[in-house]
Structure formats: C-alpha cells, structure tokens
Design a protein around this ligand. Sequence first.
Ligand SMILES: [Zn+2]
Ligand SMILES: [Zn+2]
Length: 330
Amino acid sequence: MFATRLSNVTKYVGAHVSIVGGIQNAITNSLFIGGNAFAIFLRNQRRWIAPPLDPKNIEAFRENCLQHNYASKFILPHGSYLINLGNPDQEKREKSYQAFLEDLQRCELLGLTLYNFHPGSTVGNCSKEQSIQHIATCINRAHKETSSVTCVIENMAGAGNIVGSRFEELADIISQVDDKSRVGVCIDTCHAFAAGYDLRTSKAYEKTMEEFSRLIGFQYLRGMHLNDSETELGSFRDRHANIGKGYLGLEAFRLIMNDDRLNEIPLILETPIGPDESSDYYKEIKLLYGLVGKESNCNNVKAHITEKNKEKRKSKKSKKSKNTDGEFNK
Ligand SMILES: [Zn+2]
Ligand SMILES: [Zn+2]
C-alpha cells in the first residue's frame, strides 16, 4: 500500500529512494513512504562505466512522475561519488568530467532539471582556489554541452582537501560560473553542522541562515538534505543520524519545517535505514510534517528531545555509526 501523501504543502519532504530494478521504480518507492519529493542515483554510483538507460525505463519514469505529480523541481538526483571536478590532474579530471556530463545528459533524458553533486577535492595537490577554478570551468563546459539542467553543488562536512565545507567556497564556485541561472546549491544539515554551522537553537539557526543569505543567497538554494548528525558541531565528519536522534536534535528540524525561505524545494532524507526502508522513511517524513506550525516549547518537541537525550546517554559508548554519505548504498 502507498502511504498517504500530504497535499497543499509548502514543504516538499521526501527521501533518497532506490532505483533497483529500473529507474522508474523510484516513483513507487517514494509513494510507499509518502514522499512529496525524492532523490535517486542515476546509475551505480561506485562505478565509472554504466550501461545507458533503457528507453522503456526512461518512458516509464517520465510517465510515473507525471501520473503521480512529482514535478522535476522536487526531484534531486545525486551524482556519483567518484566524480572529482576539482582534481588538478588533467587526465583524472577529464574522466570525472565525462561521468559528470553523462549524468547531466541522463537527467535531461529523464526530464529532470536538477543535478546534485559534491564539489570535489584538491587531493592535496593544489590550492583550494585552483580546485574551485577547475570545478567552475567544468560546470561552464557542461552548460554548453547540455541545454537545461541546473548543477546543484552540495556543501561538505570535511575539512582538509575537501572543497565546499564553507559557504564562501560554494560562493566562489558560483561567482566563476557564467550562466548563473543554471547553478545552485543544496545544503545538507549534517554536513553544515559538522563543518561548524550551528542550527540547534533559533538564535544559532538564524545566524547560520543569515550567513548563507549574505554569502550565497536563498535564490541559489535548490534543495536540502535533512540529516541529523552522529558527531558534534565542528567534527568535520560525515555521519548521518536519524532525525532528532543525533547532535542536531529535533529543534533544528522544527526550525527548518517552519522556515518560509525553504518552501518549494526538495527536502531529502538520507538518514540511516534498517531492513525496512519504507517504514523508516515513512515515520521520519511523518515526524517532520508534524513539526509544521509547532512552537519550540510544545510538548511534542520536548518529548522527542528528552527521549533523544535518554537514548544518547544509554547508547553513547556502544553505538557505532552506520551510515555516511559514502556508504549510502542504493
Ligand atoms: Zn551528497
Ligand atoms: Zn553526508
């Protein structure tokens, strides 16, 4: 049975769903959890070479989206983890660029208008500025070789060689992109928190959002990944936790669900899931929608926070984190 999808919403919550058995199955998988938005991989994200999409599946994907009312602006495909457009090695960067371009072409075949990817890394062999320049050059080149898809750059958790954990770095990439109508950003809450952007109280949340607005601008925000964090503020580690069960806590997500600046964009869960993916995501989507219109001191929120703290105390030592972006198998 499909879950009930809330209608007349301004927040489009969904999850990263599986494409096993064909890309058209993403829609059914999203319907099972009551998602109003969804994310997918466009192919096996761990291999360079992927067989082309079957035209029958492309057709079915488009039909399913239309039939079930998933507009392309609420579908946020995620690029391959192998792609590093910031690699200073020309040959390796070209390999990444070809995979990037192929992903973008897949989006256009599927009628998708957004493509979310990780900016890249210096791999320790060049400056961040040089890496950023390479990334922007690749985006400019891809814009010329495609017609409509928007490149959506994700903020990162990691420091060191990783590009994009600071809003300034995302802004620097955008500033070097010629066609600014086809570039955007996706903010992952876990990554932001790990990179030192606090979201836990309304004061901290406003400070982070103000910084985002000043450095990048909400006009570039095309989507968000809603993940709690298994590690503390500024840990620079990418460990997703279930909503309200990590260091971010439910209040951060209550603030998000009541922030009008985040209306009409896909809000995608990439949280750890058990063997029954559909019931886990279903519960989290319901939980998030339940926060709409709630006051900070309402019992609902408090109850969850208390429960979370209790759980955390109990499981602090024994719990091993189970999910990172890199282990996100679909
Ligand atoms: Zn990602
Ligand atoms: Zn992540």
